[in-house]
Design a protein around this ligand. Structure first.
Ligand code: SF4
Ligand code: SF4
Length: 441
């Protein structure tokens, strides 16, 4: 694609980066076919190619964002299916991240939208605030129908709907500690405790620590780590995202200095995509460029790391039919497609892949709150495809997808690690009936 940026514009490293990305696009439109918003809405401006043109015009003109571009960029899920499809290697992720930061800097949203976004950025990345908000949400649940009828209050209605009926108690294993591996030491890793997942389902990380330590891996929960920054990053709040990235880079650098790390384990693939991008996000900061690149290189999804170990034979061979839902951040963001399915199969599960596996379930960070109508359409399409597999359980590796799919599916939805842990001798995953875990006749 031809671009027309001035030399002065290209002196801004973010514009220079976006220009490089834009020049790679050859307008072929292959990406439209796999874009969930284009498939759902049928509007070229809600396709990757359409958004690329809008972003190009906005950046070339050096003008503030307007309502049209904000509408179509807000509808983008950042699912990155377009990056998997693109034959020219267009880095849509960095382009849309730049566009979102530009929107945040130059566009004044309507008051309620501003308040909703400010509230999400204030609450979600902080476990104590999120826990308190979920308790409050219980009181608001009876008013969901009312909020849904008022367009400006729809995000509030969506939030209340997604809030779980019961909130698990906080896990002591999320506190800074070193969990020694059993037997011969096979490795030493840090684990991201994160934010929303540690409140919604602390058992995911507890289970991960339990399985890793049984396998002989020492697991460090470092002092000072927190939210990865993805939630605010996707809202264009660049400085807040970079502050989260720097804090985590510092925490993990201390852990590296105090005994070395083979990997930084991430159990929510949405966080993994962002942490693997820290090296890019902090490339212009001389104090962090090198450290953040090292952290990104060490970041591994739990299934990526387990696949690199020499695993023993599983204790159980369940034969349970599992529908594996590959989160967008797993398959498109991190290109992890093989390992989760191979691990489940090796552990004795029968893995089925739903049709249209490349399409997002509509969760996408805060998307199911801010764009609840498109999100619900994608969720229902996903659930139909999952249920058509005839599986007994759904497995996936991202808390956002678990919450989203579970809000409409009749099947139990669990994190992949819980099934693996059970097969390797851990306890039965909570909330799954015994008969679901044995092979169907
Ligand atoms: S990130 Fe997803 S929703 Fe956004 S343009 Fe690409 S395919 Fe479409
Ligand atoms: S597939 Fe790639 S090159 Fe083709 S239009 Fe989409 S982004 Fe551009």
């Amino acid at each position: 694609m031809q671009t027309n940026f001035s030399a002065a514009q290209l002196a801004d490293p973010d514009v220079a980066e976006s220009e490089k990305i834009l020049r790679k696009c050859v307008h072929c439109g292959f990406c439209t076919a796999t874009c969930p918003t284009y498939v759902t809405l049928g509007n070229e401006l809600d396709s990757p190619r359409g958004r690329i043109y809008l972003i190009k015009d906005m950046l070339e003109d050096g003008r503030p964002a307007d309502k049209q571009i904000v509408t179509h960029i807000d509808r983008c899920l950042s699912c990155l299916a377009c990056m998997t499809t693109c034959p020219s290697g267009v880095n849509y992720m960095h382009l849309v991240d730049h566009a979102r930061a530009h929107i945040q800097e130059t566009y004044r949203r309507p008051l309620l939208d501003r308040l909703t976004r400010a509230m999400l950025a204030f609450v979600l990345p902080y476990p104590a605030r999120f826990r308190a908000a979920l308790k409050l949400a219980k009181l608001g649940k009876p008013f969901v129908g009312l909020f849904e009828k008022i367009p400006a209050l729809k995000p509030l209605g969506a939030m209340l709907k997604l809030a779980p009926a019961s909130i698990p108690t906080a896990s002591p294993m999320a506190s800074p500690a070193i969990h020694a591996g059993q037997g011969t030491k096979k490795g030493r890793v840090a684990i991201l405790t994160g934010c929303a997942q540690s409140v919604l389902d602390p058992a995911i990380n507890d289970t991960t620590i339990s399985l890793l330590t049984r396998l002989g891996v020492e697991v460090v929960v470092p002092e000072g780590e927190g939210c990865c920054g993805a939630l605010v990053h996707h809202m264009g709040r660049e400085q807040a995202a970079l502050a989260s990235a720097r804090r985590n880079v510092d925490a993990w650098t201390r852990a590296i200095d105090q005994g070395g790390l083979d990997a930084i384990i991430i159990t929510a693939s949405g966080c993994g995509t962002t942490i693997k991008d820290y090296g890019f996000m902090l490339r212009l900061d001389p104090a962090y460029a090198e450290k953040s690149a090292r952290v990104s290189a060490l970041a591994k999804d739990i299934t990526e790391y387990l696949a690199s170990l020499d695993l023993p034979e599983p204790v159980r061979k369940p034969g349970t039919v599992v529908a594996y839902h590959s989160a967008c951040s797993m398959q498109h963001g991190q290109k992890i497609t093989r390992q989760p399915k191979e691990l489940l199969t090796k552990a004795g599960f029968v893995v089925r892949e739903p049709r249209e596996g490349h399409l997002c379930c509509g969760s996408a960070g805060t998307y199911n709150i801010l764009q609840s109508e498109i999100s619900a359409k994608l969720r229902d399409r996903k659930v139909r495809n999952i249920e058509a597999t005839g599986a007994q359980i759904v497995a996936t590796g991202n808390i956002g997808c678990i919450t989203q799919i579970a809000s409409a599916a009749k099947l139990p939805v669990v994190h992949t690690i819980k099934l693996l842990d059970w097969a390797y001798g851990g306890p039965k995953p909570e909330g799954i009936a015994e008969e679901r875990l044995v092979a169907a006749e």
